[in-house]
Design a protein around this ligand. Structure first.
Ligand code: GLY
Length: 493
């Protein structure tokens, strides 16, 4: 009789105990997050009725819990239409599409705004999201024009786009978010130099804003003639050397997104450094104080917006890192944040707020928008919930393409990654099959498909010429009937 070792017995018991616990956690979270999305739907429906005027955009709540609105010039104006687009994705109901289109149209003039880096937030989260969801070709020129506006703020000596018009040439950590407008536009009919500007900006921010421990400065002010740093500062953080929580989240999300667009491993490593700082410094309820080093913690305000942005960024990052430990760490932290935000402590369900999340902080130093609902907290909260469901991009492995096991397809080792521009993907078939091959981008869009071929069991290789593809991260998918094998491929030009 086979001897059963002590270790394998313990392992067996652990499996029996842990797998149901894990499933239970997943089920509980799924229904908790579903509840949050339903609440978001209800709140946004009420907000549409509350605001009515499509030239006014929800920003933060007042002392009565009502929305204070701003005109299209506010840096936050893209988030309300963005929330409506998210709801269209969630419900597939054209009522949401119509509302989203109406408020998006109210932002038309912003494409010409050369006065702030926030043109990115304004246009990419409204027109940009609408385009990616509906492929409305009328939106594309608006996005490209906005990218052109942002590009006017680029200085090649500094290697960055200028964030604000005060100081000398300030670049703020928030600006990482707006690089997506440049990356996307350069790959969708815009200028290739916009891509170069965005990657340069990302690398300079990596060098100057990120400290050795993965925390960040908010502002670096440069001399635009020499490119030399004049000084480092903060505007919304506690002190220059502390770490403003939302800025840290912008950086985490921004470096992750920049890696997705470039495949540049330095950007991935930076995203991980920032993420590790967040994971290591979150308080017990996973929602950061407005500054990680605010002087009177625990008697300081929390910032739900910093939590929501971090959660969304961590979900994406968990799909981009190769190490399973990191994947689990980032995914679980994101889930913990979202669970906390979905609890009575943060969800605005039993409050008078028109928002979805309570306890956001706009600018603590100015005493402005402290402990209120913030439209951008709601936007990234919904985005993260949808990312968790695999409903919005970017998700590395859209649910329907997730790897099914056991599979008759096995990728063989020594897979070259990154590849440039022709790659060979070796694999083994355990039995003969009709194999279909395709390549997806991280928006879940199939960008290449190849004829299905019948192959016998054994070792094979697929030679893929990626010459026409832009830098970034893609999914190579092999499918044999219901069995699917997918692998992340990194393309660096
Ligand atoms: N500049 C955007 C923010 O306050 O986070």
């Amino acid at each position: 009789m086979r001897k059963v070792s002590f270790h394998s017995t313990i392992f067996g018991i652990l499996l029996v105990v842990l797998i149901p616990v894990r499933n239970l956690r997943a089920q509980n979270l799924d229904s908790l997050f579903q509840h949050s999305l339903e609440f978001a739907r209800q709140q946004l429906e009420n907000s549409v009725a509350e605001i009515v005027d499509t030239t006014q955009f929800a920003r933060s709540t007042d002392e009565y819990g009502n929305w204070t609105t701003k005109s299209s010039g506010s840096w936050t104006s893209g988030f309300f239409p963005g929330c409506l687009w998210h709801m269209y994705k969630y419900t597939s109901d054209s009522t949401w599409k119509n509302w989203a289109r109406s408020w998006t149209a109210g932002l038309w003039d912003e494409q010409y705004d050369t006065g702030t880096h926030d043109v990115g937030f304004k246009v990419f989260d409204s027109y940009g999201l609408g385009y990616r969801m509906t492929i409305n070709e009328d939106y594309k020129p608006v996005i490209l024009r906005a990218a052109q506006s942002l590009a006017t703020r680029y200085n090649s000596t500094v290697g960055c786009t200028r964030s604000w018009n005060n100081r000398t040439f300030p670049v703020i950590i928030d600006n990482m978010m707006n690089l997506e407008l440049l990356f996307w536009a350069s790959k969708n009919g815009g200028e290739t130099e916009w891509y170069d500007m965005a990657i340069s900006h990302g690398l300079r921010t990596m060098q100057d804003h990120v400290r050795a421990d993965g925390s960040t400065y908010q502002i670096v002010d440069y001399n635009p003639t020499t490119g030399i740093i004049i000084q480092k500062e903060t505007s919304q953080g506690y002190t220059t050397e502390s770490t403003w929580a939302r800025g840290q989240s912008w950086g985490l999300y921004g470096f992750t997104m920049a890696y997705r667009h470039t495949g540049d491993v330095r950007l991935l490593e930076t995203a991980c450094k920032l993420a590790d700082f967040v994971v290591d410094n979150l308080p017990e309820d996973y929602v950061p104080y407005w500054d990680y080093f605010a002087p009177n913690i625990p008697n300081e305000e929390k910032d739900a917006s910093a939590a929501a942005i971090a959660a969304s960024g961590l979900l994406e990052l968990s799909g981009l890192v190769d190490s399973t430990d990191l994947q689990v760490k980032y995914w679980n932290t994101a889930e913990n944040i979202l669970a906390s935000l979905s609890s009575d402590s943060y969800l605005a369900e039993s409050s008078n707020s028109s928002g979805i999340l309570l306890h956001g902080v706009g600018n603590h130093n100015k005493g402005s928008e402290v402990d209120v609902s913030l439209i951008y907290a709601d936007y990234y909260f919904i985005e993260a919930l949808l990312r968790h469901q695999g409903l919005v991009s970017p998700t590395l492995a859209p649910r329907e393409y997730a790897c099914l096991t056991p599979t008759k397809i096995k990728l063989l080792p020594n897979y070259p990654n990154p590849f440039n521009p022709v790659t060979t993907i070796p694999y083994r078939l355990s039995e003969s099959a009709n194999l279909a091959f395709s390549v997806y981008d991280l928006t879940g869009r199939r960008i290449r498909s190849f004829d299905t071929v019948y192959q016998n069991a054994g070792n094979h290789r697929f030679i893929f010429n990626a010459r026409q593809l832009a830098s970034g991260i893609y999914l190579f998918v092999m499918q044999a009937g219901p069995q699917v094998k997918s692998i992340k491929i990194t393309l660096v030009r």
